[in-house]
Write a protein that binds this ligand. Structure first.
Ligand code: PLP
Length: 429
Protein backbone atom coordinates (compact mmCIF):
# COMPACT_ATOMS: atom_id res chain seq x y z
CA UNK A 1 0.00 0.00 0.00
CA UNK A 2 0.96 3.58 -0.29
CA UNK A 3 3.07 5.41 2.25
CA UNK A 4 0.78 8.43 2.30
CA UNK A 5 -2.12 9.25 4.55
CA UNK A 6 -3.69 11.25 1.77
CA UNK A 7 -2.56 12.08 -1.71
CA UNK A 8 -3.75 13.84 -4.85
CA UNK A 9 -2.99 12.19 -8.16
CA UNK A 10 -2.71 14.89 -10.80
CA UNK A 11 -3.00 13.67 -14.36
CA UNK A 12 -0.76 15.73 -16.61
CA UNK A 13 -2.05 13.98 -19.71
CA UNK A 14 -5.51 15.26 -18.82
CA UNK A 15 -3.99 18.73 -18.44
CA UNK A 16 -2.48 18.40 -21.92
CA UNK A 17 -5.89 17.36 -23.20
CA UNK A 18 -7.66 20.30 -21.54
CA UNK A 19 -5.10 22.76 -22.88
CA UNK A 20 -5.84 21.32 -26.32
CA UNK A 21 -9.56 21.98 -25.82
CA UNK A 22 -8.78 25.51 -24.65
CA UNK A 23 -6.47 26.05 -27.60
CA UNK A 24 -9.25 24.91 -29.92
CA UNK A 25 -11.79 27.25 -28.27
CA UNK A 26 -9.36 30.15 -28.34
CA UNK A 27 -8.60 29.68 -32.00
CA UNK A 28 -5.28 29.87 -33.77
CA UNK A 29 -3.05 32.78 -32.91
CA UNK A 30 -4.72 33.59 -29.61
CA UNK A 31 -2.27 33.83 -26.75
CA UNK A 32 -3.10 31.72 -23.69
CA UNK A 33 -2.25 33.08 -20.27
CA UNK A 34 -2.83 30.07 -18.02
CA UNK A 35 -4.01 31.14 -14.58
CA UNK A 36 -2.11 29.24 -11.86
CA UNK A 37 -2.94 31.44 -8.86
CA UNK A 38 -3.54 29.86 -5.44
CA UNK A 39 -1.01 27.10 -6.17
CA UNK A 40 -2.79 26.33 -9.43
CA UNK A 41 -6.16 26.11 -7.68
CA UNK A 42 -4.63 23.59 -5.29
CA UNK A 43 -3.01 21.42 -7.99
CA UNK A 44 0.57 22.63 -7.43
CA UNK A 45 1.68 25.70 -9.39
CA UNK A 46 5.24 24.71 -10.27
CA UNK A 47 4.35 21.32 -11.75
CA UNK A 48 1.27 22.63 -13.55
CA UNK A 49 3.08 25.67 -14.92
CA UNK A 50 6.11 23.67 -16.04
CA UNK A 51 3.98 21.17 -17.91
CA UNK A 52 1.79 23.88 -19.44
CA UNK A 53 4.87 25.70 -20.72
CA UNK A 54 5.95 22.46 -22.38
CA UNK A 55 2.52 22.39 -24.02
CA UNK A 56 3.18 25.83 -25.44
CA UNK A 57 1.13 28.25 -23.37
CA UNK A 58 2.43 31.80 -23.76
CA UNK A 59 2.32 33.11 -20.22
CA UNK A 60 1.10 32.49 -16.69
CA UNK A 61 -1.27 34.43 -14.48
CA UNK A 62 -0.89 34.53 -10.70
CA UNK A 63 -2.45 36.46 -7.88
CA UNK A 64 0.50 37.60 -5.84
CA UNK A 65 4.09 38.59 -6.32
CA UNK A 66 5.19 35.69 -4.10
CA UNK A 67 3.46 33.25 -6.43
CA UNK A 68 5.32 34.74 -9.38
CA UNK A 69 8.64 34.48 -7.55
CA UNK A 70 8.01 30.84 -6.67
CA UNK A 71 7.65 30.07 -10.38
CA UNK A 72 10.74 32.10 -11.28
CA UNK A 73 12.79 30.24 -8.63
CA UNK A 74 11.62 26.97 -10.14
CA UNK A 75 13.02 28.06 -13.49
CA UNK A 76 9.82 29.10 -15.24
CA UNK A 77 10.78 31.78 -17.72
CA UNK A 78 7.67 32.67 -19.70
CA UNK A 79 6.03 36.01 -18.87
CA UNK A 80 4.14 35.97 -15.57
CA UNK A 81 1.35 38.44 -14.93
CA UNK A 82 0.17 39.36 -11.45
CA UNK A 83 -3.52 39.60 -12.28
CA UNK A 84 -4.85 41.33 -9.23
CA UNK A 85 -2.66 43.77 -7.44
CA UNK A 86 0.57 43.78 -5.56
CA UNK A 87 0.82 45.41 -2.18
CA UNK A 88 3.55 48.05 -1.99
CA UNK A 89 6.11 45.92 -0.18
CA UNK A 90 6.03 43.30 -2.94
CA UNK A 91 6.84 45.71 -5.73
CA UNK A 92 10.64 45.58 -5.57
CA UNK A 93 10.82 41.81 -5.90
CA UNK A 94 8.20 41.79 -8.62
CA UNK A 95 10.09 44.34 -10.72
CA UNK A 96 13.41 42.61 -10.20
CA UNK A 97 11.93 39.34 -11.46
CA UNK A 98 10.52 40.89 -14.61
CA UNK A 99 6.94 40.16 -13.61
CA UNK A 100 4.10 41.87 -15.44
CA UNK A 101 1.86 43.81 -13.08
CA UNK A 102 -1.78 44.75 -13.47
CA UNK A 103 -2.12 48.48 -12.84
CA UNK A 104 -5.34 49.97 -11.62
CA UNK A 105 -4.74 53.48 -10.33
CA UNK A 106 -2.82 56.70 -10.89
CA UNK A 107 -1.13 56.34 -7.51
CA UNK A 108 0.11 52.90 -8.38
CA UNK A 109 1.39 54.20 -11.72
CA UNK A 110 3.41 56.91 -10.01
CA UNK A 111 4.75 54.49 -7.44
CA UNK A 112 5.83 51.91 -10.04
CA UNK A 113 7.39 54.55 -12.29
CA UNK A 114 9.47 55.87 -9.38
CA UNK A 115 10.47 52.42 -8.17
CA UNK A 116 11.38 51.20 -11.65
CA UNK A 117 13.48 54.35 -12.18
CA UNK A 118 15.36 53.70 -8.93
CA UNK A 119 15.93 50.05 -9.85
CA UNK A 120 16.92 50.92 -13.38
CA UNK A 121 14.31 48.66 -14.98
CA UNK A 122 11.22 49.15 -17.12
CA UNK A 123 8.11 47.87 -15.39
CA UNK A 124 5.72 45.98 -17.64
CA UNK A 125 2.18 46.94 -16.75
CA UNK A 126 -1.26 45.87 -17.91
CA UNK A 127 -3.88 48.54 -17.43
CA UNK A 128 -6.80 46.91 -15.64
CA UNK A 129 -10.16 48.50 -16.38
CA UNK A 130 -13.18 47.92 -14.17
CA UNK A 131 -16.02 47.40 -16.63
CA UNK A 132 -18.41 45.91 -14.10
CA UNK A 133 -16.80 43.58 -11.59
CA UNK A 134 -16.35 46.48 -9.19
CA UNK A 135 -13.31 45.03 -7.49
CA UNK A 136 -9.98 46.22 -8.86
CA UNK A 137 -9.41 48.30 -11.94
CA UNK A 138 -9.66 51.92 -12.97
CA UNK A 139 -13.09 53.21 -13.93
CA UNK A 140 -13.61 53.48 -17.69
CA UNK A 141 -13.98 57.26 -17.49
CA UNK A 142 -10.41 57.51 -16.17
CA UNK A 143 -8.82 54.81 -18.32
CA UNK A 144 -7.69 56.87 -21.30
CA UNK A 145 -6.13 59.48 -18.98
CA UNK A 146 -4.20 56.75 -17.25
CA UNK A 147 -3.02 55.36 -20.58
CA UNK A 148 -1.69 58.84 -21.42
CA UNK A 149 0.13 58.93 -18.09
CA UNK A 150 1.63 55.50 -18.72
CA UNK A 151 2.75 56.67 -22.16
CA UNK A 152 4.57 59.61 -20.50
CA UNK A 153 6.22 57.38 -17.86
CA UNK A 154 9.82 56.73 -18.87
CA UNK A 155 10.14 53.53 -16.82
CA UNK A 156 6.80 51.93 -17.61
CA UNK A 157 5.99 49.79 -20.61
CA UNK A 158 2.36 49.15 -21.49
CA UNK A 159 2.35 45.35 -21.81
CA UNK A 160 -1.42 44.98 -21.98
CA UNK A 161 -4.92 46.27 -21.41
CA UNK A 162 -7.37 44.04 -19.58
CA UNK A 163 -10.73 43.68 -17.92
CA UNK A 164 -12.35 40.85 -15.96
CA UNK A 165 -15.85 39.41 -16.45
CA UNK A 166 -18.18 39.20 -13.47
CA UNK A 167 -20.84 36.72 -14.66
CA UNK A 168 -20.31 32.99 -14.10
CA UNK A 169 -22.22 32.29 -17.33
CA UNK A 170 -19.72 34.30 -19.33
CA UNK A 171 -20.98 35.55 -22.67
CA UNK A 172 -24.48 34.16 -21.97
CA UNK A 173 -25.06 36.98 -19.47
CA UNK A 174 -26.35 40.38 -20.55
CA UNK A 175 -23.94 42.00 -18.10
CA UNK A 176 -21.02 40.53 -20.04
CA UNK A 177 -22.21 42.12 -23.27
CA UNK A 178 -22.35 45.42 -21.40
CA UNK A 179 -18.85 44.90 -20.00
CA UNK A 180 -17.56 44.15 -23.50
CA UNK A 181 -19.24 47.29 -24.86
CA UNK A 182 -17.62 49.47 -22.18
CA UNK A 183 -14.23 47.84 -22.76
CA UNK A 184 -14.54 48.34 -26.54
CA UNK A 185 -15.37 52.00 -26.04
CA UNK A 186 -12.18 52.58 -24.04
CA UNK A 187 -10.12 50.63 -26.56
CA UNK A 188 -11.58 52.64 -29.45
CA UNK A 189 -10.66 55.96 -27.83
CA UNK A 190 -7.21 54.69 -26.89
CA UNK A 191 -6.66 53.43 -30.43
CA UNK A 192 -7.56 56.83 -31.84
CA UNK A 193 -4.83 58.39 -29.74
CA UNK A 194 -2.44 55.55 -30.52
CA UNK A 195 -2.16 54.75 -26.83
CA UNK A 196 -2.72 51.01 -27.08
CA UNK A 197 0.06 48.50 -26.66
CA UNK A 198 0.73 44.95 -25.58
CA UNK A 199 -1.89 42.26 -25.13
CA UNK A 200 -5.64 42.90 -25.01
CA UNK A 201 -7.49 40.45 -22.79
CA UNK A 202 -10.86 39.86 -21.17
CA UNK A 203 -11.93 36.19 -21.31
CA UNK A 204 -11.69 33.78 -18.38
CA UNK A 205 -12.84 30.15 -18.77
CA UNK A 206 -16.59 30.80 -18.72
CA UNK A 207 -16.27 33.61 -21.27
CA UNK A 208 -14.02 31.57 -23.51
CA UNK A 209 -16.31 28.53 -23.50
CA UNK A 210 -19.43 30.61 -24.14
CA UNK A 211 -17.80 32.26 -27.13
CA UNK A 212 -17.23 35.81 -25.93
CA UNK A 213 -16.70 38.21 -28.85
CA UNK A 214 -14.44 39.91 -29.53
CA UNK A 215 -11.99 37.49 -28.07
CA UNK A 216 -9.01 39.84 -28.50
CA UNK A 217 -5.51 38.47 -28.87
CA UNK A 218 -5.15 36.90 -25.43
CA UNK A 219 -7.33 34.80 -23.10
CA UNK A 220 -6.89 33.98 -19.39
CA UNK A 221 -8.43 30.58 -18.59
CA UNK A 222 -7.91 28.93 -15.20
CA UNK A 223 -10.53 26.50 -13.93
CA UNK A 224 -11.15 24.84 -17.33
CA UNK A 225 -7.51 23.75 -17.57
CA UNK A 226 -8.12 21.77 -14.39
CA UNK A 227 -11.04 20.07 -16.09
CA UNK A 228 -13.78 21.88 -14.22
CA UNK A 229 -16.55 24.04 -15.67
CA UNK A 230 -20.24 24.27 -14.78
CA UNK A 231 -21.87 21.35 -16.56
CA UNK A 232 -24.36 23.56 -18.40
CA UNK A 233 -21.65 25.50 -20.24
CA UNK A 234 -20.90 24.31 -23.78
CA UNK A 235 -17.78 22.20 -24.05
CA UNK A 236 -17.72 21.30 -20.35
CA UNK A 237 -18.09 17.63 -21.32
CA UNK A 238 -14.93 17.77 -23.41
CA UNK A 239 -12.79 18.52 -20.38
CA UNK A 240 -11.19 15.91 -18.16
CA UNK A 241 -10.78 16.45 -14.41
CA UNK A 242 -7.11 16.28 -13.58
CA UNK A 243 -7.20 15.80 -9.80
CA UNK A 244 -8.14 12.68 -7.82
CA UNK A 245 -8.04 12.90 -4.03
CA UNK A 246 -7.27 9.66 -2.25
CA UNK A 247 -6.57 8.19 1.14
CA UNK A 248 -6.43 4.75 2.74
CA UNK A 249 -8.31 2.97 5.49
CA UNK A 250 -6.29 3.06 8.72
CA UNK A 251 -8.78 1.39 11.06
CA UNK A 252 -11.84 -0.87 10.81
CA UNK A 253 -14.27 -1.55 13.61
CA UNK A 254 -17.42 -3.66 13.82
CA UNK A 255 -19.85 -1.74 15.99
CA UNK A 256 -23.12 -2.83 17.60
CA UNK A 257 -26.41 -1.04 17.09
CA UNK A 258 -26.54 2.32 18.87
CA UNK A 259 -22.80 3.08 18.74
CA UNK A 260 -22.23 6.87 18.52
CA UNK A 261 -19.67 8.10 15.99
CA UNK A 262 -17.79 11.39 15.87
CA UNK A 263 -17.86 14.69 17.73
CA UNK A 264 -21.16 15.55 19.41
CA UNK A 265 -22.47 12.06 18.53
CA UNK A 266 -24.46 13.41 15.59
CA UNK A 267 -24.75 9.88 14.18
CA UNK A 268 -25.18 6.52 15.79
CA UNK A 269 -25.49 3.11 14.20
CA UNK A 270 -29.14 2.19 13.48
CA UNK A 271 -28.00 -1.44 13.27
CA UNK A 272 -24.76 -3.33 13.69
CA UNK A 273 -22.33 -2.25 11.00
CA UNK A 274 -18.67 -1.70 10.15
CA UNK A 275 -17.01 1.72 10.44
CA UNK A 276 -13.82 2.61 8.56
CA UNK A 277 -11.66 5.47 9.83
CA UNK A 278 -9.81 7.50 7.18
CA UNK A 279 -6.89 9.82 7.98
CA UNK A 280 -8.22 12.94 6.22
CA UNK A 281 -10.27 15.81 7.56
CA UNK A 282 -11.24 19.37 6.84
CA UNK A 283 -7.62 20.45 6.93
CA UNK A 284 -7.01 18.15 3.97
CA UNK A 285 -9.91 19.45 1.91
CA UNK A 286 -12.87 17.38 3.08
CA UNK A 287 -15.45 20.09 3.80
CA UNK A 288 -16.86 20.02 7.33
CA UNK A 289 -20.31 20.34 5.81
CA UNK A 290 -19.95 16.82 4.39
CA UNK A 291 -20.55 15.61 7.97
CA UNK A 292 -23.31 12.94 7.72
CA UNK A 293 -23.75 14.09 4.15
CA UNK A 294 -20.86 13.12 1.90
CA UNK A 295 -19.61 9.87 0.41
CA UNK A 296 -16.33 8.23 -0.57
CA UNK A 297 -15.51 5.30 -2.83
CA UNK A 298 -14.33 2.02 -1.30
CA UNK A 299 -13.78 -1.05 -3.52
CA UNK A 300 -15.85 0.63 -6.23
CA UNK A 301 -18.83 1.29 -3.93
CA UNK A 302 -20.12 4.47 -2.37
CA UNK A 303 -19.70 4.60 1.40
CA UNK A 304 -21.43 7.34 3.40
CA UNK A 305 -19.53 9.69 5.65
CA UNK A 306 -21.08 9.18 9.08
CA UNK A 307 -20.62 11.51 12.02
CA UNK A 308 -18.78 14.79 11.89
CA UNK A 309 -15.82 15.50 9.65
CA UNK A 310 -13.01 16.36 12.03
CA UNK A 311 -9.72 18.13 11.38
CA UNK A 312 -7.73 14.99 10.66
CA UNK A 313 -10.19 12.12 10.31
CA UNK A 314 -13.48 11.04 8.85
CA UNK A 315 -15.52 7.93 9.51
CA UNK A 316 -17.46 6.04 6.84
CA UNK A 317 -19.98 3.24 6.99
CA UNK A 318 -18.69 0.26 4.99
CA UNK A 319 -21.09 -2.35 6.42
CA UNK A 320 -22.56 -3.06 2.96
CA UNK A 321 -19.21 -3.55 1.18
CA UNK A 322 -17.55 -7.00 1.14
CA UNK A 323 -13.83 -7.66 1.67
CA UNK A 324 -12.83 -4.28 3.06
CA UNK A 325 -9.37 -4.21 4.65
CA UNK A 326 -7.12 -1.81 6.49
CA UNK A 327 -4.88 -0.29 3.81
CA UNK A 328 -7.55 -0.23 1.11
CA UNK A 329 -7.32 2.78 -1.16
CA UNK A 330 -10.25 5.19 -0.80
CA UNK A 331 -11.24 7.81 -3.36
CA UNK A 332 -12.63 11.11 -2.08
CA UNK A 333 -12.62 12.85 -5.47
CA UNK A 334 -12.32 10.86 -8.69
CA UNK A 335 -13.34 7.52 -10.13
CA UNK A 336 -13.21 3.97 -8.78
CA UNK A 337 -14.76 1.26 -10.93
CA UNK A 338 -18.06 2.56 -12.26
CA UNK A 339 -18.48 5.21 -9.57
CA UNK A 340 -17.31 8.81 -9.74
CA UNK A 341 -17.37 11.60 -7.18
CA UNK A 342 -16.75 14.90 -8.92
CA UNK A 343 -15.61 18.21 -7.52
CA UNK A 344 -18.90 19.66 -8.79
CA UNK A 345 -20.91 17.06 -6.83
CA UNK A 346 -19.12 17.95 -3.61
CA UNK A 347 -19.41 21.68 -4.24
CA UNK A 348 -23.16 21.37 -4.85
CA UNK A 349 -23.61 19.29 -1.68
CA UNK A 350 -21.93 21.81 0.56
CA UNK A 351 -23.24 24.90 -1.21
CA UNK A 352 -20.04 26.32 -2.60
CA UNK A 353 -18.27 26.66 -5.94
CA UNK A 354 -15.92 24.04 -7.34
CA UNK A 355 -12.97 26.47 -7.12
CA UNK A 356 -13.18 26.38 -3.34
CA UNK A 357 -13.04 22.58 -3.21
CA UNK A 358 -9.76 22.17 -5.12
CA UNK A 359 -8.20 25.23 -3.45
CA UNK A 360 -8.92 23.65 -0.06
CA UNK A 361 -6.87 20.50 -0.66
CA UNK A 362 -4.45 20.98 2.21
CA UNK A 363 -0.71 21.10 2.26
CA UNK A 364 -0.45 17.77 4.12
CA UNK A 365 -1.83 16.09 1.02
CA UNK A 366 0.99 14.76 -1.13
CA UNK A 367 0.67 15.79 -4.80
CA UNK A 368 1.70 13.01 -7.19
CA UNK A 369 2.02 13.85 -10.86
CA UNK A 370 1.23 11.11 -13.33
CA UNK A 371 1.56 11.09 -17.10
CA UNK A 372 2.95 14.02 -19.00
CA UNK A 373 5.44 12.00 -21.02
CA UNK A 374 3.45 12.48 -24.17
CA UNK A 375 5.20 15.78 -24.76
CA UNK A 376 8.94 16.06 -25.11
CA UNK A 377 10.88 18.56 -23.07
CA UNK A 378 12.05 21.56 -25.09
CA UNK A 379 15.65 20.54 -24.45
CA UNK A 380 14.94 17.19 -26.10
CA UNK A 381 13.42 18.67 -29.23
CA UNK A 382 16.76 19.42 -30.85
CA UNK A 383 17.67 18.65 -33.53
CA UNK A 384 14.63 20.28 -34.99
CA UNK A 385 12.88 18.31 -37.66
CA UNK A 386 13.55 14.92 -36.14
CA UNK A 387 10.56 14.56 -33.86
CA UNK A 388 7.80 15.53 -33.72
CA UNK A 389 7.71 16.35 -37.40
CA UNK A 390 5.19 19.17 -37.48
CA UNK A 391 6.26 21.00 -34.37
CA UNK A 392 6.39 24.71 -35.16
CA UNK A 393 9.63 26.33 -34.10
CA UNK A 394 8.09 29.59 -33.06
CA UNK A 395 5.05 31.64 -33.62
CA UNK A 396 4.20 34.88 -35.24
CA UNK A 397 1.66 35.73 -32.59
CA UNK A 398 3.24 35.24 -29.22
CA UNK A 399 5.80 37.99 -29.30
CA UNK A 400 5.41 41.08 -27.25
CA UNK A 401 8.97 42.28 -27.40
CA UNK A 402 9.30 41.04 -23.84
CA UNK A 403 9.95 37.63 -22.38
CA UNK A 404 8.20 35.78 -25.16
CA UNK A 405 11.09 36.03 -27.56
CA UNK A 406 13.09 34.00 -25.10
CA UNK A 407 10.23 31.61 -24.66
CA UNK A 408 10.13 30.86 -28.38
CA UNK A 409 13.76 29.76 -28.27
CA UNK A 410 13.09 27.27 -25.52
CA UNK A 411 9.75 25.88 -26.46
CA UNK A 412 7.48 26.28 -29.41
CA UNK A 413 5.03 28.90 -28.26
CA UNK A 414 1.39 28.42 -29.17
CA UNK A 415 2.08 24.78 -29.86
CA UNK A 416 -1.09 22.79 -30.28
CA UNK A 417 -0.91 19.42 -28.46
CA UNK A 418 -3.48 18.04 -30.89
CA UNK A 419 -0.79 18.08 -33.56
CA UNK A 420 0.98 15.29 -31.77
CA UNK A 421 -1.97 12.97 -31.58
CA UNK A 422 -3.87 12.02 -34.72
CA UNK A 423 -6.77 10.78 -32.60
CA UNK A 424 -7.06 14.00 -30.67
CA UNK A 425 -10.71 14.99 -31.00
CA UNK A 426 -10.26 18.73 -31.25
CA UNK A 427 -7.47 19.26 -33.69
CA UNK A 428 -9.09 18.54 -36.99
CA UNK A 429 -12.01 20.86 -37.45
C1 PLP B 1 -8.88 33.87 -11.65
C2 PLP B 1 -8.84 34.78 -12.81
C3 PLP B 1 -8.98 34.28 -14.11
C4 PLP B 1 -9.29 32.82 -14.42
O1 PLP B 1 -10.64 32.57 -14.16
P1 PLP B 1 -11.29 31.10 -14.39
O2 PLP B 1 -12.72 31.31 -14.05
O3 PLP B 1 -10.61 30.20 -13.42
O4 PLP B 1 -11.05 30.73 -15.80
C5 PLP B 1 -8.84 35.16 -15.16
N1 PLP B 1 -8.60 36.48 -14.94
C6 PLP B 1 -8.48 37.00 -13.70
C7 PLP B 1 -8.21 38.46 -13.52
C8 PLP B 1 -8.60 36.17 -12.59
O5 PLP B 1 -8.50 36.68 -11.37
Amino acid sequence: MTAYRAWADIDLDALTHNLGVIRHKAGPGTRIVLVVKADAYGHGAVAIASHAVRCGIAALGVSTSAEALELRSAGVRVPILVLGTIVDDEAVDALRSDVHIALHSGERRAMLQELARRLGVRAKVHLKIDTGLGRLGVLPSRAVDLLREIRRSSHLELAGVMTHVSAGEGAFAASTAEQARVFEEVLRKAREERLLGGWIHMANSASLFTGLRPRYDTVRPGISAYGILPADLPGAGDLRPILSLKTQIVFLKDVPQGTPVGYNSTWSAAHATRIATLPVGYNDGVPWRLSNHGAVLVRGHRARIVGRVSMDYITVDVGHIPNVHVGDEVTLIGTQGNETISVEEIAAKVGTISYEITCSVGKRVQRRYVGGETLVLPSQIAPFGAWPPRLPRSTSTAHDGGGNAFHAERAPAEFDPSELDPDFPHGRS
